[in-house]
Design a protein around this ligand. Sequence first.
Ligand SMILES: [Zn+2]
Length: 74
Amino acid sequence: MPAKEILRAIRDAIRAGWNEPPGRTGGRAHIYKKLFCPGGRGCCPPLFINGTPDVAEHEAAKIYKAVAGCPASK
Ligand SMILES: [Zn+2]
C-alpha cells in the first residue's frame, strides 16, 4: 500500500477530474496506478504513479504538479 501522502495526492487528482482507466494497470510492477487527465487526448500525458517510490513526498509532489499544470483540471 502506498504512503498516505501518495494516496492523498491520488484522491485530490481524482477530485480534480482525473480518472482511472478500468481494469488492472498491469505492466511495470512498481506502477501502482495510472491516471488520465480530464482534458482527453492532446492535453496531458498519462500519469504513472509509483506506489513504492524512494521518497513518497516527491511522488506526491509529482502528482500535484501534473494536476496543477493541467488546464482541464478543476
Ligand atoms: Zn490535462
